[in-house]
Design a protein around this ligand. Structure first.
Ligand code: NCD
Length: 359
C-alpha cells in the first residue's frame, strides 16, 4: 500500500492518478483525504449513498439525532472557505452539526494572519493543530492536495475535504449529484446506459468535470457536453472518457439534445474567471437556457439538475415541474456530506448497526 509519507512533494506530484488515489486512502479503501472524484469507485459510491440514506432516516427521530450527535462529539472541524459560497458552506456546517462535530471557520483570508503575510500553508498547518478535519474551498487548483501532503509529514495528519478547488474539481458536489441521480433512477433501472446532457460554462465550471468523472463508474453512460464554442469542455475530460471507453458528444445545439437526455445538468457562466472585464457578456448564451418551452422537449421521465447558484439559465417557472431536481440536490448534499464525514472517521458500521436495530 502506497502512503503519502513515502514521497517528497515533487515525487508525489508526479505520480499517476491511480497511485495518488492509493496514497490518499484509508486502509479500508475509503478516502482519508477527499480531493478528487477519481477516488470513488462504484463500491465506494454505493456505500456512501447507502450510508446517506440510513443517516437521513435515523435523523428523523430525536433518539436517532442523539445517536448521530454522539458519533463525532469528540471531533472538531475547520471550515476554510476563501472563495464565495453559501450552499456548500452551510451544507458542510449542517453535516458537521448533525454528526456532533464542533466547527470553526475562516471565510475571508483578509481577516486572518494571511493578511500579515503568513503563507496559506502555514495558516492551514496552524488549523490542523486545533482541529481534526479541514474542509477547504480555494481559488487555487492544487492547494488542498499540497496541504494533504504537507500535513501527512507532520505529527498530526488530519483529513482534508476538498469543497471546490479552482476551476478543477468539486468532488463533494459530484457525490451529491450522483446521489440525486441514483435516487431518481433507482426504481427505473438505474444509471447504466443513461444520457447526461451538461450545459453551460463547461470550460470553467468544476462541477461537470467532477461529475462526468464519477459517472464513468456506470457502464454505457453517454456524456453530451453542450456549450458555446468559447466555453467548451476541456480536452482532458474527453481524453479521460475515451480512456474509460465511454461515449461522448460535444455540441453547441442544446435544443437538439434535450429530447435525448435522461438528465440535463445546467450550469451558470463562471464570469469570475474572466481575464478582461465583461468578456463573458460578449458570448451569446441565449440558446443555453431552460424555460417551459425547453422543458416540453424533454422526456417525461428525464430530470433537470443544477449545482446552483443559478442566474437566468433556468427560468423560475420551471421550479414547479416535478422533473426539476435542484432543490432536492441541495438537501441531498447535506446527507451525502454527513456520509462522507462519517466514512472519513470510520463510523459507517456503527450507523449500519443502529439502522438495523432501530428502523
Ligand atoms: C458550484 C461551485 O462552487 O463550483 N456551486 C456549488 O458549490 N453548488 C457551482 C457554481 O458556482 O456555479
Amino acid at each position: 500500500m502506497k502512503r503519502l509519507t513515502d514521497y517528497t512533494w515533487p515525487e508525489y506530484e508526479a505520480l499517476p492518478m491511480a497511485d495518488k488515489v492509493e496514497c490518499l486512502a484509508r486502509p479500508d479503501g475509503m478516502p482519508f483525504h477527499t480531493l478528487f472524484a477519481q477516488q470513488f469507485d462504484r463500491a465506494r459510491l454505493d456505500r456512501l449513498c447507502g450510508l446517506a440514506t440510513e443517516i437521513r432516516s435515523i435523523a428523523k427521530s430525536r433518539a436517532g439525532m442523539e445517536f448521530l450527535q454522539g458519533l463525532l462529539f469528540h471531533k472538531r472541524a475547520m471550515i476554510y472557505f476563501t472563495q464565495p459560497s453559501s450552499r456548500t458552506f452551510l451544507s458542510f456546517l449542517s453535516a458537521c452539526q448533525i454528526l456532533g462535530l464542533r466547527t470553526g471557520e475562516v471565510r475571508d483570508a483578509s481577516v486572518s494572519s494571511e493578511f500579515k503575510g503568513e503563507s496559506r500553508e502555514d495558516s492551514i498547518r496552524t488549523f490542523s493543530s486545533y482541529f481534526d478535519l479541514i474542509v477547504m474551498r480555494t481559488q487555487e487548483k492544487g492547494l488542498a492536495e499540497r496541504m494533504a501532503w504537507a500535513l501527512s509529514q507532520s505529527r498530526r495528519p488530519v483529513p482534508i475535504l476538498n469543497a471546490g478547488s479552482g476551476k478543477d474539481q468539486h468532488p463533494t458536489q459530484a457525490l451529491l449529484d450522483v446521489y440525486t441521480l441514483q435516487r431518481s433512477f433507482e426504481r427505473r433501472g438505474g444509471l447504466r446506459g443513461r444520457t447526461i446532457v451538461y450545459v453551460g460554462d463547461l470550460a470553467r465550471g468544476r462541477t461537470v468535470r467532477s461529475l462526468s468523472n464519477l459517472l464513468t463508474n456506470w457502464e454505457g453512460v453517454r456524456h453530451v457536453f453542450v456549450a458555446p464554442p468559447q466555453l467548451r469542455i476541456g480536452d482532458d475530460i474527453l481524453e479521460m472518457l475515451r480512456s474509460r471507453g465511454q461515449a461522448f458528444e460535444v455540441s453547441s445545439d442544446m435544443a437538439a439534445w434535450l429530447p435525448e437526455a435522461d438528465a440535463v445538468y445546467m450550469t451558470r457562466i463562471q464570469d469570475e474567471w474572466d481575464e478582461s472585464r465583461g468578456e463573458s457578456a460578449r458570448i451569446d448564451t441565449s440558446r443555453f437556457k431552460i424555460g417551459l418551452r425547453e422543458m416540453a422537449l424533454m422526456k417525461p421521465g428525464a430530470i433537470l439538475m443544477h449545482p446552483l447558484p443559478r442566474r437566468d439559465e433556468i427560468a423560475p417557472e420551471v421550479d414547479a415541474d416535478p422533473r426539476a431536481m435542484y432543490w432536492r440536490q441541495v438537501r441531498n448534499g447535506m446527507w451525502i456530506r454527513c456520509a462522507l464525514i462519517a466514512a472519513t472517521f470510520d463510523c459507517g458500521s456503527r450507523i449500519d448497526h443502529y439502522f438495523r436495530d432501530n428502523l
